[in-house]
Design a protein around this ligand. Structure first.
Ligand code: FCB
Length: 451
């Protein structure tokens, strides 16, 4: 790998609460919509749940020690709202806060900067029941209250706050497509949930800035180039609509103060409930944009079970990960260039990038995951390419530190730099983890020589 990275480039790893913590009924945690969703038969591969996950709640010190071994600068994790406020609003659960306080202390001891995400999809079930979750405006107000509590208590130990992770997933995919919790299927609800998530972000930004003045505040969005599967005008139109939906829906209000004029089929903004000041609240610019990138998609027109905008066509000839996702590193470069040119959001962090493969533990205990190393190398090269052309990327967080609960895919998709044996909860650094450690060390050595 090209080792000439800027001296202050932030090297990190990422995780999220529901995917790694387990301990879902401990220390006063309330139920989340993911606990409820996982309990519905046939929803998650093999009927799995996040009940135990990687047991990080009990193994946190060991996991921070692993981070130190990898030599990372920064850790992106998420805070479980139902641990802090079991009812979503009102009473605060000290034991939940204490867990994250202990985590921040450990990270500080190890010289690792903390980048907590406030919302990585585990909404308190109470807010779903009371307000219809993100379909209700009150959930945005509740989020601002939660952001206030958390930043007052934890604000000193944080380098960067991320308000939301991939609101596209927690709105369109969760309320429109029905693929994620809470599993509704209504495009209108998807649009309304997307608006309330943006509003929640906008309301939280000034709160975080005032309670945690030394931290930077950002939001993380997911991006995937979406191309037409053929030259058929219907496919082209479907890909265009899906591109706006996935890649631009959130950027326009955040950086231009309005929604994109290209509408999706069967939707009308007339049906969207927007308060008078909402667009101004949403438009208070974050300090950085978090970019999650994994793959690109080819789309054929016509609704499918999973996507009302069209059907994703598998790239049979392309190299793919075990998620079935094409390995398409150029798409990361294209995405960074496009965002920078169209919106100039300023600093960007790659807050997730990585790959799932069917790892094999060899007889000697080693996991020789050469494909994952190749994936990282190729994608980092594209990040570097965008940077040399002036795109201000300031850091990179590999997804993920550990193998974990991959949502509807359960535990069969392994994204970790560290292997988890779910029977024993034993952790083993994979070859990709060692490679990442060495790449970080090499980039530091190169920059210190250049100094
Ligand atoms: C992203 C999610 C993350 C993880 C990866 C594979 O969409 O933010 O939690 O599941 O995909």
């Amino acid at each position: 790998m090209d080792s000439s990275w800027p001296r202050d480039f932030v090297w990190g790893v990422a995780t999220s609460a529901y995917q790694i913590e387990g301990a879902v009924r401990e220390d006063g945690r309330g139920a989340s919509i993911w606990d409820t969703f996982c309990a519905i038969p046939e929803t998650i591969a093999n009927g799995e749940t996040g009940d135990v996950a990687a047991d990080h709640y009990h193994r946190m010190p060991q996991d921070v020690a692993l981070m130190r071994e990898l030599g990372i600068d920064a850790y992106r994790f998420s805070i479980a709202w139902p641990r802090i406020m079991p009812d979503g609003v009102g009473a605060v659960n000290r034991r939940g806060l204490d867990f994250y306080k202990r985590l921040l202390e450990r990270l500080a001891e190890g010289g690792i900067a903390a980048y907590p995400t406030l919302y990585h999809w585990d909404l308190p079930q109470a807010l779903q029941d009371r307000f219809g979750g993100w379909a209700g405006r009150d959930t945005a107000e509740a989020f601002a209250e939660y952001a206030d509590v958390v930043s007052r208590e934890l604000g000193d130990g944080v380098a960067g706050w991320i308000t939301l992770n991939e609101p596209w997933v927690s709105s369109w995919l969760s309320y429109g497509w029905g693929s994620h919790a809470p599993g509704y299927r209504s495009m209108e609800l998807g649009m309304q949930a997307a608006h309330h998530l943006l509003l929640a972000h906008g309301m939280a930004v000034p709160v975080l800035r005032s309670n945690s003045p030394h931290a930077r505040v950002g939001i993380t969005l997911n991006f995937s180039p979406i191309e037409a599967a053929s030259s058929d005008p219907n496919d082209i139109a479907a890909a265009r609509a899906a591109d706006v939906n996935v890649n631009l829906w959130f950027l326009d209000p955040l950086y231009r103060g309005c929604y994109n004029e290209v509408l999706l089929p069967e939707l009308s903004f007339a049906k969207l409930r927007i308060g008078d000041d909402d667009m101004a609240i949403i438009g208070s610019k974050p300090d950085f944009l978090g970019v999650n990138y994994y793959t690109r998609f080819l789309l054929r027109s016509g609704p499918s079970r999973h996507n009302p905008l069209g059907e994703y066509v598998e790239q049979t000839h392309a190299e793919r990960t075990s998620m079935g996702w094409e390995v398409y590193p150029d798409g990361l470069y294209d995405t960074l260039r496009r965002i920078h040119e169209r919106y100039a959001p300023g600093d960007m962090l790659i807050t997730e990038n990585g790959a799932a493969y069917a790892d094999i533990v060899d007889a000697d205990g080693r996991i020789r995951d050469a494909q994952r190393i190749a994936y990282y190398e190729a994608h980092l090269a594209q990040v570097r390419r965008a940077m040399t052309e002036g795109v201000p990327v300031r850091g990179y967080f590999a997804w993920s530190l550990l193998d974990n609960f991959e949502w509807t895919e359960g535990y069969r998709q392994r994204f970790g730099l560290v292997h988890v044996d779910y029977e024993t909860q034993q952790r083993t650094i994979k070859d990709s983890g060692r490679w990442y450690r060495d790449a970080i060390a090499a980039s530091r050595a190169a920059t210190s020589l250049a100094r």
